[in-house]
Design a protein. Structure first.
Lengths: 291, 298
């Protein structure tokens, strides 16, 4: 396999109504990774995804995937995509099995008749996400978590090198969220670049190793430890986040100070040094769910 | 009695009308599955009206009517697309604006330059008085549309359901969108003669909508829908012989009757079964109330 690489090079995207959704955006992912895409609503997250999916043409700059244009990359089935739940018509007359086979279209012939191999891979992928028993269900007859698993299975069936996930945790129960995170980590082990847009700030440091923070352009990019900081996030989100500071002691030089940053989903907790405080987040999440 | 019912089959023009209507009806119905799921009903309506000026221009230029009608329909579709992408107007406003302009132009042209096809024929259709060369045009259009749909329905299905995934597996979504639009314009032109510009949209929506309520599988939806289209069109043409009335009206009303039956009685998504289900399940909800300590009167 050639070198795995996603390069967004000085990309500017303007819509035909004149709105510039993204300008001079540059970053590069060049090893197996789980990278979070973070930003407020309207910061250009979906525009960036659209540029990678080839739905919008940048008026300046270019997106390359392992050195190829996005269209070439799609022809080679390199880029798999898991849509946001609200982008799917759940009353569409297709079954779970139909959906997963859609991941194999690029390998099928002109008439898109699945071969034995396509069926075998589709089955394996459904089994991997634990949805094989649901294969004959119409997709609207599933829970939020099950729906997400089906679309993950479709993405797996495509056997790509890049996986794009748009808000994978919205409307998903905690158990499924854990299962998805585990699966994404396995995929990173297998050598994929996983690129996730998420509002769930709290969960990002737990499974992502890189992040791209944007607001109409790339504000910061790099490893989670050095980039996913309170300072960068505050710049990116401005006043859009709720920011609560706790300090239960009056002691000078207290080490018990925590700050909570939260968008509309999972909260992100920082300790006194401004680093993400993971154990506390877990405790909060668990005690929440015991109630 | 049987003799009376078979009477229409003795006339060449009736036989032709039934066959042509049936073929067109089935192809329109097949396409209606995509139209209803893509949310293009209004677009189909607009296209069927926008073909009118093309008919008149084709007559003036001595071209086959289908060529003019098709060109006019596509021009309208592209105009809508252009305006929509460059203004903040909502899609329905753009569609309303463009197709009425085309229709007005058509009405104007036909009243200025009376052609071999009267305005009434274009608007209401007249499959009984259809000329041989028109039949040929219709059959060619319908056959090509049918072939494309049968070969490429899976790609069009993915494009309709999830354009992002269509991109991800390397399909050209712009081309597929244009293909679907072309098929829509072409069938609208073909059905024009059978049921007229006003009723074309019924043929492009009702069978698909009916089938949608009957199944959860796209393949089955296409089979049911085209079956409905074929049957209602043949029976409608046949019935119009006895009622001595508009073929288009008969076909579309038959489709509506079928739709209503399905709307009320479809096993899973029908009005009656759903209501029965709701009643049954609300009855079986166990009533649990918080226990309030009884207060003892002293």
């Amino acid at each position: 396999m050639a070198e795995i690489n996603l390069k967004v090079d000085d990309v500017t995207v303007a819509y035909s109504n004149g709105h510039v959704a993204l300008h001079d955006a540059s970053f590069e992912l060049n090893r197996p990774t789980i990278c979070a895409l973070v930003g407020v609503n309207g910061s250009g997250k979906s525009t960036l995804f659209k540029a990678i999916m080839g739905f919008v043409q940048p008026i300046k700059g270019r997106v390359t995937i392992s050195g190829e244009s996005v269209h070439q990359a799609h022809r080679k089935n390199w880029v798999a995509y898991v849509p946001q739940a609200e982008d799917v018509d759940w009353s569409f007359p297709v079954s779970v099995w139909d959906v997963v086979l859609m991941g194999r279209y690029g390998y099928m012939n002109f008439l898109r008749i699945p071969r034995q191999e396509d069926k075998r891979i589709a089955r394996e992928c459904l089994e991997r996400v634990g949805m094989w028993e649901f294969r004959d269900r119409q997709i609207g007859e599933l829970s939020g978590g099950q729906k997400k698993r089906v679309f993950l299975a479709r993405a797996l069936a495509q056997q790509g090198r890049f996986l794009l996930l748009d808000e994978p945790f919205t409307g998903v129960d905690v158990k499924t969220e854990e299962a998805i995170i585990e699966l994404l980590m396995e995929l990173r082990e297998e050598g994929l670049i996983v690129f996730v847009s998420s509002h769930d700030l709290g969960s990002i440091p737990r499974f992502c190793d890189q992040c791209v923070i944007i607001n109409r352009t790339v504000l910061a990019t790099g490893p989670i430890e050095t980039t996913f900081t309170e300072r960068n996030l505050t710049i990116a989100f401005g006043g859009a986040l709720r920011n609560v500071r706790f300090d239960h002691t009056d002691e000078p030089g207290s080490r018990n100070e925590y700050r909570v940053l939260t968008d509309d989903e999972g909260a992100l907790v920082f300790d006194h040094e401004g680093k993400p405080a993971l154990p506390v987040k877990r405790q909060i999440a668990e005690s929440d769910h015991h109630d | 009695m049987t003799e009376l019912l078979l009477a229409p089959f003795q006339y060449d023009y009736m036989l032709r009308a039934m066959l042509v209507s049936g073929f067109i009806g089935a192809v329109c119905a097949l396409l209606s599955c995509f139209v209803t799921l893509k949310g293009w009903s209004l677009m189909g309506d607009a296209l069927s009206h926008a073909v009118v000026p093309g008919v008149s221009i084709a007559f003036l230029l001595h071209l086959p009517f289908a060529v003019g009608a098709f060109a006019s329909g596509m021009l309208a579709a592209l105009t809508m697309n252009f305006i929509k992408s460059r203004t903040r107007l909502r899609e329905d406003a753009v569609i309303g604006l463009v197709f009425t302009t085309f229709l007005a132009l058509g009405v104007l042209l036909i009243s200025l330059y009376p052609s071999n096809i009267s305005l009434t024929t274009i608007i209401l259709g007249n499959v009984l008085g259809i000329a041989d060369e028109d039949i040929l045009q219709i059959v060619i259009i319908a056959a090509v549309t049918l072939a494309v749909l049968l070969l490429k329905w899976k790609d069009l299905l993915l494009f309709t359901f999830d354009p992002h995934q269509a991109r991800a597996v390397g399909l050209n979504t712009d081309l597929l969108g244009l293909l679907l639009l072309t098929l829509l314009a072409a069938t609208a032109v073909a059905a024009l003669q059978a049921v007229g510009a006003i009723l074309v949209i019924a043929m492009l929506v009702t069978p698909g909508a009916t089938a949608y309520l009957l199944t959860d599988r796209f393949g089955r939806m296409m089979a049911i829908s085209s079956g409905i289209g074929l049957l209602t069109s043949i029976v409608g043409a046949w019935a119009s012989f006895f009622l001595n009335t508009s073929t288009g009206g008969c076909i579309v009303l038959l489709q509506t009757i079928l739709f209503l039956l399905v709307f009320f009685f479809a096993p899973k998504y029908g009005f009656v079964p759903i209501r029965r289900q709701t009643r049954r399940s609300t009855k079986s909800i166990p009533v649990t109330r918080a226990r309030v300590p009884e207060s003892h009167p002293h």
